[in-house]
Design a protein around this ligand. Structure first.
Ligand code: DX5
Ligand code: ZN
Length: 218
């Protein structure tokens, strides 16, 4: 499957979200939207009304990453608001099977995210319930953190798990993905790359996406 780039608007100018989304519309595959509630992570960002508004104005499908408590309650609403994919955290979900099915029932792709310290082995039975596994390569909560090399073996194990399952599941990495780290992630088996500061911190975000894609495909 072709590599995909999902720029994170967490690193964009929140006062000009529509323009920031448009800036990468021609070169990116997804627009990554980090929803944080100041409970699951120690930071607060945006919620449903902004996702619904962005869905109306942005050309790219929204890749919503819910870093919130009680995703079972909230996740289907993000799908209903127009998200192309909705990813919940394994550490926060109480009924992941039901919630992942509800996301799919709303017509969105269902994702399951794992923090750096959460082993993938506890979730192998869910492989048929997801369209994407997201491996955090930083502790969630903030952009601009340093990529955690310790996650690379888990990326490899997850790739082997996906390939052995026969199911079509994307493997996303999120956190510290940059020109310096993307090749290691791709080599380990990731195929969707979230990039915040390395895209929106660049002089030309669209060109930064193209450069990251070329490195991921190298
Ligand atoms: C962190 C978020 C990431 C963040 C990545 O909790 O989930 O999506 O925006 O930002 P960078 O690419 O700057 O590490
Ligand atoms: Zn994210």
């Amino acid at each position: 499957m072709a590599q995909q780039i999902s720029p994170s608007i967490l690193a964009a100018d929140f006062a000009h979200l529509a323009d920031e989304a448009a800036a990468v519309a021609d070169t990116a595959d997804w627009l990554h939207v980090d929803v944080m509630d100041n409970h699951f992570v120690p930071n607060l960002t945006l919620g449903l009304p902004i996702v619904a508004a962005l869905h109306k104005s942005a050309a790219l499908p929204l890749d919503c990453h819910l870093m919130i408590e009680d995703p079972d309650r909230w996740a289907p609403g993000y799908a209903e608001a127009g998200a192309g994919s909705v990813t919940i955290h394994a550490e926060a979900a109480r009924s992941p099977v039901r919630t992942l099915r509800e996301i799919r029932a709303q017509g969105a792709r269902a994702g399951l995210a794992l923090n750096p310290a959460t082993p993938v082995e506890g979730y192998t039975d869910l492989i048929g319930e997801v369209d994407m596994l997201l491996l955090m390569t930083v502790e969630p909560g903030f952009g601009g953190q340093k990529f955690l090399d310790m996650v690379l073996p888990k990326i490899r194990r997850t790739r082997a798990l996906i390939d052995g399952s026969g199911v079509s599941v994307r493997l996303q990495v999120d956190g510290g993905v940059s020109a310096e780290t993307i090749e290691r992630c791709a080599e380990a088996g990731a195929d969707v790359f979230v990039a915040g500061s390395s895209v929106y911190g660049a002089e030309n975000p669209a060109a930064a996406v193209t450069a990251l894609r070329a490195q991921a495909e190298a």
